[in-house]
Design a protein around this ligand. Structure first.
Ligand code: ADP
Length: 385
């Protein structure tokens, strides 16, 4: 990845230097003169370079010895001053007060190449750039100008932050059950093993924590596979009534243990277009949550509505979710009540998996909730055409 970026950066720099050289030359000659002397090949090359510079996403800025802009492309204008048509002749200090940019161009004029300069903008849309500056026409006394290329690395940086957060969350989530397991094993080793009743109790806590780690690892692997594009959907027509029956049957024992009734309200003839196994996984996660967060004698139902898309609704009449949590509910490891979720063996990844599977189907999942009345999760799927 880094090697590819370096090659790309070098290529862009070569193109940019050629473009600059061509520009300065054509500035000196009149257009008519240059058209007379230019061969068709040279013109083709010239328009190719212009198109490349204009179309490229990277911002390009060339300054002369006086730190005035002598060339720039549209991406650089957008970065520094979208309201003006050209940055030509402006001083670099008029464009930006960012000391990192200034010092990189100053070095460029001294004949020193700079790369990996991190530049952040602080407008409404925060952007991060990797700036590379190369001297142009360098001799013993410095350079005639300096050319800077601004690579937008906002997305990469964001992904890196998400990755780091994910890693730290995973470590934290694994550490909690592991600490409990170690503590109870030590207690057993220190004599509790002699007492049959304590022994039984501690072993069951150890088992509960071990299976929590197991589910967590399963969910992490599952989510990583889905997000990494390693899950291929086998979409086809699915009998939704039959699928809802299966989901209810597989969770019947759990529902009964919590005194929750499961209802399949889907009409028998309804067909949707999906990957059957993956849709079952989504419904299982949602119904399972409905049971976990339901009240005593509660009901969790699956129903279907037809709109511009197919809508599969999982409704519960549990406690509901406070509105301030709804926006973040589908984020990995986000829980309204962390302790309660853990206590019920939750991993905090169930809804994130549902979200990514729905996206993979070119659909989405949404939620509405009334505090004290219950929640409805809706899977929206493109219609069977
Ligand atoms: P968990 O393993 O904790 O269930 P999920 O990703 O499935 O993780 O759900 C994230 C959080 O969303 C839960 O911890 C809970 O706070 C909230 N939640 C999910 N479904 C419901 C529901 N039906 N009713 C109330 N809260 C819910």
């Amino acid at each position: 990845m880094v090697a590819v970026e370096i090659i790309l950066a070098s290529l862009l720099l070569i193109v940019a230097v050629v473009w600059f050289a061509k520009r300065s030359k054509s500035d000196k000659n009149s257009l008519a003169q240059s058209e007379q002397t230019s061969s068709p090949e040279r013109l083709a090359l010239s328009s190719l370079l212009d198109a490349t510079m204009t179309g490229m996403r990277e911002g390009l800025l060339v300054v002369n010895r006086d730190m005035r802009v002598v060339a720039s492309n549209p991406a650089a204008r957008k970065l520094f001053n979208p309201s003006v048509a050209t940055l030509q002749s402006q001083r670099l200090t008029e464009l930006t007060r960012n000391p990192a940019i200034y010092s990189a161009f100053l070095d460029g004029l001294k004949g020193i190449e700079r790369s990996g300069v991190k530049v952040e903008t602080h407008g409404p849309e925060r952007q991060i750039f990797d700036l590379r500056v190369v001297p142009i026409g360098a001799n013993g006394n410095g350079a005639e100008g300096a050319l800077g290329v601004f690579f937008d690395i906002t997305r990469t940086e964001r992904l890196e932050i998400v990755r780091q957060e994910f890693l730290s969350n995973v470590s934290h989530e694994l550490r909690t059950p592991l600490t409990a397991i170690i503590a109870f094993v030590e207690t057993l080793e220190n004599g509790a093993i002699e007492d049959a009743e304590s022994c039984q109790r501690f072993l069951s806590i150890i088992r509960k924590n071990a299976s929590r780690m197991h589910s967590l690892i399963d969910d992490i692997l599952e989510l990583t596979a889905i997000e990494g594009g390693n899950v291929q959907l086998r979409a086809g027509p699915v009998d939704l009534f039959a699928l809802a029956e299966e989901v209810c049957a597989s969770l019947a024992a759990k529902a009964a243990a919590q005194d929750v009734t499961l209802k399949n309200n889907v009409d028998p003839e309804v067909m949707v277009y999906a990957d059957q196994r993956r849709l079952e996984q989504m419904l299982t996660n949602l119904v399972d949550n409905g049971i976990k967060f339901s009240r005593e004698h509660g009901t969790v139902s699956i129903s279907y509505e037809s709109d511009t898309r197919d809508k599969i609704l999982v409704h519960d009449n549990g406690d509901g979710i406070p509105s301030q949590h709804l926006d973040r509910l589908f984020e990995r490891f986000y829980r309204v009540d962390r302790a309660r979720s853990r206590d019920m063996g939750g991993t905090g990844l169930g809804l994130a998996i549902v979200k990514h599977l729905a996206l993979l189907h070119h659909g989405e999942v949404t939620v509405t909730s009334d505090l004290g009345k219950g929640s409805t999760f809706i899977i929206h799927l493109p219609k069977l055409s």
